[in-house]
Unconditional design. Sequence first.
Length: 363
Amino acid sequence: MVAAMVRELQWRADYLGGRQLDSIYLGGGTPSLLSPAEMVQLFTAIDQLFVLSPGAEITLEANPDDLTSEKLAALSDSPVNRLSIGIQSFSEADLQYMNRAHNALQARQCIENALLAGFEDITIDLIYGSPTTSDAQWAANLDLALAYKLPHLSCYALTIEPRTALEYRVRQGKAPAVDEEQAGRQFQYLMQTAAAAGYEHYEISNFALPGRHARHNSSYWLGAHYLGIGPSAHSYNGYSRQWNVANNARYLQLLEAPELFHNAPDSSEGSLFEKEMLSAADRYNEYVLTRLRTQWGCRLSDIAALHPSFAGHFLQLLRPWLANGSVLMATDETFTLSQAGKLIADAIAADLFWADTGRQEQE
């Protein structure tokens, strides 16, 4: 797999048009299973093919049960300078409900071991809204996370994905369903508690101490171009979006015999990826969906630059949300969500979409 990913890197090295890399994110599975030799293989290829900006953010995603002391020692000698750890909860009941492989003790130990190994740039994932997470337990989770003085937290409402073991258990009545009112209450407590601790709520699910925003994730919300390598990886260059085949065996087969896909039409059976060309309306909708989630908000000048029709459309549909206080307007015609608006961010964004995409397909 690593050799195939190196071949894809070589093939697609010009996708970003020579831009410097500000961030690298090793995620989408369990990249912490990579051996030191495999890490060297990947980063050697990246160094040969790209220019990294000084102090580039290089994040590795990992689960607590993967981050042994030995693994952390090896990572501290690698180019990785940031860890994203899937804690989810410090409660045994929560972790069992979510069918996590680690336990509450491992959740704490991995953070402490990462700090001892010298990692200062750490973010953890926490989940609220689980039927097993009482308001008191959610407060305890946050208190413990904040006690570690980590620079970044990512907090998500529990969603039950289709075709998962948890979805099956809920459907069979063997596990309780999510209580939306409870999730909303815990999200409000999260916003208040994080703000009191000095964290900036810079994106719906993300909180950081000043100057410690996640550069990689911020690039998605701010519309930066990115290159995704590996099965299922997504890429974006401003005018198109593409995603690789998801099947590992098929991915390996195609990369071992690149003549199979080099000349294959996009989305054909022989292609490594599927590709979608983005119309002006698509770009407007994506801009609204991503930027409205952030502290930077939507700028009317950005919207007008996509197409003159969009600015009037945006302002017209925005009026009721401004009137009820869900959206706030700054003097430079930048629009952001209020705390109340953050509870219904997706609904507001969807209401502002340009529905008739056919009118702008050729723009």
